[in-house]
Design a protein around this ligand. Structure first.
Ligand SMILES: [Zn+2]
Length: 355
């Protein structure tokens, strides 16, 4: 199964999206790229049909269709945000060719409705250039209204992740190849992934005393979706470490960052460190923590993290030292990973197992 995802509109000039309380072009990218990552992590092949520039709106739409029609896609999905004249429009609507009520499209509408949005239903999108001209079954999702206060507040409250999950689950629920995909995922059981990272982390902790094993494992699970993310698969990178002075291989993809006010933004063509193996990635991550400095080594950025033996403090220090822009990064490491999966067993020298 292969799904083409288009983050709607360009990032400037012709074809730029609506500007409401939030900018459509910015958020189509946040949702679209998160969706691509989610689909990849489910073992679905993805084609990025996003076009950032065009000499005209039509030229930009033609480029999108070219990207989509180059591959045998099962679905073409274009992400948009709506706007209305009086800024009163609310809710999700999905366009399909002739307004066909394809099961995934209906399901996605229902899933987004469950998050609290009004469901405006499936609409006839036969007039829309990308819907009309893509060979694959196509849907254009207007997630919600970017110029309506209630919608934007709800969107920011539920977050990109929830929207992405709503869309991915709708697409996956009706995919015939889903069982196959699930089987393929069995090749990499979560338990084995955790054990692998744990072993490397413990060995390095004993030798170099840089970062507490439970925290390394939690970060690896979170940042690589247990080894299934695009970076983990294509670049052997379990942690999203940007190039930052690295002289080895790099891998280029977009980055999603969070501002202090909670909103997100996307940075195109970000260069990430790439490795020959996951082990190399884990060791380099520890090197990075041990040596990262912005003044030639006089002060170490992660000094409080190094050798810290308390996982709660260690996670808080990581956040305080600016490891990640995500606002709840430390709490998530502690609650969603270390405590949920009892990863602290790795720090205590015990035998970890998944309960
Ligand atoms: Zn749009």
């Amino acid at each position: 199964m292969r799904i083409g995802v288009n983050c709607g509109h360009t990032i400037g000039g012709s074809g730029y999206g609506a500007v409401g309380l939030i900018k459509e072009s910015e958020h189509t990218r946040q949702v679209g790229y998160a969706l691509m990552e989610k689909l990849l992590s489910e073992g679905i092949a993805v084609t990025d049909c996003t076009v950032n520039q065009g000499i005209s709106n039509l030229a930009h739409l033609e480029k999108i269709v070219d990207l989509a029609n180059k591959e045998e896609l099962d679905w073409f999905v274009s992400i948009h945000f709506n706007a209305s004249k009086e800024h009163k429009g609310r809710g999700v609507e999905i366009f399909t060719y002739q307004g066909k009520r394809h099961q995934p499209a209906v399901k996605i509408g229902e899933n987004i409705e469950k998050l609290g949005f009004k469901n405006r239903g499936i609409k006839n999108g036969s007039h829309l250039y990308t819907i009309k001209n893509t060979k694959a079954k196509a849907m254009l999702i207007e997630v919600c209204f970017c110029d309506n206060k209630e919608d934007v507040e709800l969107y920011q409250k539920v977050g990109v992740e929830a929207i992405t999950t709503a869309i991915a689950e709708g697409l996956l629920e009706f995919s015939e190849s889903l069982d196959m995909v699930k089987d393929a995922k069995k090749e990499l059981p979560f338990e084995d992934f955790v054990r692998f990272v744990g072993e490397v982390a413990i060995k390095d902790w004993k030798e170099r005393r840089i970062m507490l094993p439970s925290v390394v494992v939690a970060q690896a699970i979170k940042e690589s979706a247990s080894g299934t993310s695009e970076l983990a698969r294509n670049a052997n990178a379990l942690f999203g470490i940007k190039k930052n002075g690295w002289t080895g291989k790099v891998y280029t993809k977009t980055a999603t960052e969070q501002r202090p006010d909670g909103s997100y933004y996307v940075v195109d063509h970000t260069e990430w460190r790439a490795y020959n193996s996951w082990e190399e990635s884990i060791l380099d991550h520890n090197d990075y923590i041990a040596t990262r400095s912005t003044d030639g080594g006089k002060t170490l950025r992660y000094q409080p993290v190094i050798g810290c033996e308390n996982y709660v403090l260690c996670c808080q220090y990581l956040k305080q030292c600016g490891y990640a822009t995500a606002l709840n990064y430390d709490e998530s490491l502690i609650n969603d990973y270390i405590e949920k999966y009892k990863l602290y067993v790795f720090d205590e020298g015990g035998e970890w197992c998944l309960e």
